[in-house]
Each structure stands twice: as C-alpha cells, then as structure tokens.
Design a protein around this ligand. Sequence first.
Ligand code: GLT
Ligand code: MN
Ligand code: MN
Length: 388
Amino acid sequence: MADYTPKPEHKFTFGLWTVGNIGRDPFGSPTRDAIGADYIVHKLAELGAYGVNLHDNDLVPIDATASERDKIVSGFKKALADTGLKVPMATTNLFSDPAFKDGAFTSPDARVRALAVQKTMNAMDLGAELGAKTYVFWGGREGAEVDAGSNAIEGLQHFREALNFLAEYSEDQGYGYKFALEPKPNEPRGDIYLPTVGSALGFIATLDKSELFGLNPEFAHETMAGLSFVHAVAQAIDARKLFHIDLNDQKMGRFDQDLRFGAENPKGAFFTVKLLEDSGYAGMRHFDAHALRTEDEAGVWAFAKGCMRTYLILKEKVARFNADTEIQAAIKHYKVQDATLEGLVKTYSKDNASKLKAHTFDREALGKRGPGLEHLDQLTMELLYGVR
Ligand code: GLT
Ligand code: MN
Ligand code: MN
C-alpha cells in the first residue's frame, strides 16, 4: 500500500479563505467560527502542506491602521518562520467591499478603478513581503448584469490598462511576480469578463508584458461553464501559461460549489493529476475549495486532509496507468503511426505537397477501423475502481 501522507515536497497549498471559510452562503449565516490566520498556518503545517495563500484582507482588515497592519503581519511571519510554511501566492480582495459592487479594474467609475489599482499595489507589497512569487487576478466583480451602460469593450480596455500598470509596478519594485489570471463564467456577476481559460489566453496576448501573465484555471469554474477542465488545463500547458492551478470539484451547471478535490468527478480529477504529473508541472497544487457548510472545525481539517490524500492516491493511479502494459498496448493500438505520411505533413515543402497529393488513401478502411476506445476506457475505469 502506497504512502498517501502529504509532505511539503508535494507542494500542496490552501488559501486562508479556504480552510478559513465560515460556511456563509447567500441564504444563510455562518455555521462556523472564524479561525485565526496564525492557527491556520500551524494546522496546515501539521497536516503536511507546503504553503498558504492569501488575499490582502484575509490577513489584514481593510480598515486596519498602518500600525495594526504591521502587528498582524509580524505575528503571521512568526507563525510562518516557526512552521516553515511558505506563502507562494498572493492576491487582492476586489470583490467584498461595496465600493467594488460594479467592478474594480473594469468599473465604469474612474475613482473605483483607481482605488482598485491602489489597493492592488498595497496587496502586492504585502505579498512580496511574505515571499510570494505568483500573483493571482480573479476578476470576480469584473462583469455586468446590464450591458446598456458600461460595455464589455470598455471593460476589457480598462482591465488591460490596470494589468499593464501593475506589471510595470511589480518590475519597478523588483518583485519578480508572475501573474495568473483566473477565469470564471459568472457568480457573483451575471456575466464575468474573461469567462474561460480560452478567453483569458486570448486577452493575455494583448498585454504589454504578456510574458509575465499566465493562467490560474479552476476546476469548478470551467465546469460551471460546461467545459472540460482537463482540456482547458491542457491548452494552458500547451501555451506554456499554466502558472498556478485551483483544484476543487463541482457539479456541472450549478453555483460555484468549491467541493473537496475529487469528491464529485473522480475521472476528471484523475486526468487533471495525470496532466500535471506527466507534463512536469512544477508549480503549486493549490486547493481552492472549502468544507461543506454542514461541517464544524473537525470537518474543515478532514476536508483539507481529504484534498491532499485524494491527489496522492490519484498520483499513484497515474503511475500505475503509465506502467500498465495492457493500457499502454491499447494506447499504442489507438495511436496509429505512419512514418512516411507523418514526414510529409510535418513541414510544408512543394515536394511534400505534391507527394501528399499523389498519395492514395483507403478512406473506407479508415472509416471502418475500430480504435479500441471502449476497451481502453474500461481498463482506465477498472484502474480507478481499484481492481487493477
Ligand atoms: C474566491 C473565488 C476563488 C478565487 C479566489 C482568489 S477568491 O474565493 O471563489 O475562485 O480563486 O481571488
Ligand atoms: Mn470557485
Ligand atoms: Mn479559485
């Protein structure tokens, strides 16, 4: 039996807002007491996590004075030093305060946009002070319910301006941040700008310092849009833009559930882990999820342990999949190779084009061939069900 004990080398991280979630929802009050940030640090270290991530206001209240801020931050730094826990990622809360009710970087009100940039510079200072190297932008309020007033084109232009400004600020300060945009289709806004991984990738190409920007895809968010998270992550990897990842789970077509990783769609979770492990992704495995609202504090830690343990179980399944001779033979059978034809279509030349035109294909045989996917998928499922 493999060892599924999480260790810092596995690079598991949680947000202060994840294990700190107090079980409030749009219809109900909190079901749990708030847990202090320093205590969370100690608990996560004890459970074998590598790091803890935060929004500015997860740690420092929005109305804290400078001396209150410094006191909180120095206490937090002590907890980090005592436990060895790291802060690999930081971000800004640009969604809770009523000032941001109609957007932050994309608000139609110039004063709100400037406030959002100012707040983010301060939050970047905080993240850098704690050692963060990845900075996430989740545009939770960057969207609209009414398209008559502030149009989506202006919103995107404002978004671009803000990100360009903040990338310059980071470079100017020598922070060395890599920025990760986190798409989501809706909630809390009716429609959020940059709703999917594909949209964010297209937008990144329009930024001044696009090399500093990548993706922070979230399992729940692509699933809410009815899309395949595995394919979204694959596209981010292909574009060399997978800078961070939010692992959780979600039923399709629901509100953002942020379920324990692997709790709902084990097959999707398996292929996500397979992508990360096989591609050599070296970044954090961040769990952006929270315990069910039904749970008490014990349930919170059971949730956190469960996320990490499931990842490690699936990682072992990936190794098993890659070493399974029957599965590998089925994959080999599926992927037909033809050195001559592959050579012809790999790069264009007049010669290759005319040889390809002259080639005769047995189209009927191609259409009749069974690739063996039922067999391959059943083998995969049997592996996941634990019988191989
Ligand atoms: C918020 C959201 C998450 C984002 C966080 C980062 S905050 O909880 O639901 O998906 O990753 O801002
Ligand atoms: Mn979410
Ligand atoms: Mn997220």
